[in-house]
Design a protein around this ligand. Sequence first.
Ligand code: HEC
Ligand code: HEC
Length: 292
Amino acid sequence: MALGERDKITGQMTTGHEWNGIKELNTPVPRIVYFFLIAMGGFAILWTVLMPSWPGINGYFRGLLGADQHAAVIQSVEQAQVERASWTSRIDSEDFAAIQADEELMTIVRQTGAALFGDNCAACHGTNAQGGPGFPNLAAAPIMWGDDPEIVAETIRVGINGTSPETRFAQMLAFGRDQMLERADIDAVVAYVETLSQPDLVATADPAMLATGAELFAANCAACHGENAQGMIETGSPNLTDEHWIYGGDHSSIRSSVYNGRIGTMPSWEGRLTPTDIKLLTLYVLDLRASQ
Ligand code: HEC
Ligand code: HEC
């Protein structure tokens, strides 16, 4: 190994190492880098002294500044509860109409309602309450059990075919599977029901079949769905004449509803949500409907 010599091109000293004619320049690490390393190390040590840091046998070193994230969280939660209490007491005590007329409260309803709906209801009813196969559209479809706020709140509280002893009960009978109607009669009543929401189909359907279907409907279905098939609050049955369907308005979905029956389950929320939350959700859902 040759001693360090000066490199002719750069004028720098070399380290004296040489590999196949390539020599290494002796360029030291800049001082500023050492300075930063020392400054950072010093800061790190200082920080462990000021802030909670070293673990010990009975806990940990709490730091000279006394910073405590736990206390900070508890404080901010308490703060939030105080702020929340200022409006939850108004939501609890005021009636639906008064809250609906109060823009300030409705802003809170829209914010907290959206979060509550996202956490508890969106899995079935969709993020925007638009529903999906098997789950009704709460934002636009006519409300089966009635859209009075007290009634909607009650539906959410007790559920439909839910586990609450007071739950609402609604069932579409299985006319085919339980042999309540012959196959031909099912075909006729399904053809008739299809024309209720799609009047264009009347032109191509067999008039005799539609007439039979209408008679069968009056005899077997009207008691629950109403004479005009627009649904009945008393039985919680859906309107069959509009574009909103829970299970589908195409031929095979309607046929399947009539043949196999349907029994959708809306959970009972009492016990899982507070009365305030149920009231907030009622207001939130009705507000979505109003803004459609
Ligand atoms: C497990 C799925 C599921 C969840 C979660 C759910 N729902 Fe429902 N909900 C349903 C089904 C299914 C129906 C329709 C039942 C029927 O067809 O008879 C329904 C019906 C309703 C109705 C009655 C609609 C009408 O036309 O009368 C309201 C109101 C409602 N849900 C609100 C809510 C709210 C608010 C939440 C959240 C707290 C929620 N639902 C969570 C499945 C669910
Ligand atoms: C005992 C009451 C009752 C009778 C009788 C009844 N229905 Fe229903 N029907 C319901 C209820 C309740 C639902 C909603 C079921 C659900 O959501 O789980 C329903 C749902 C339906 C649906 C599905 C609607 C959708 O939105 O997807 C169709 C179609 C239907 N009924 C047609 C008929 C026809 C046709 C008859 C007569 C042959 C009939 N129903 C008789 C109570 C009844």
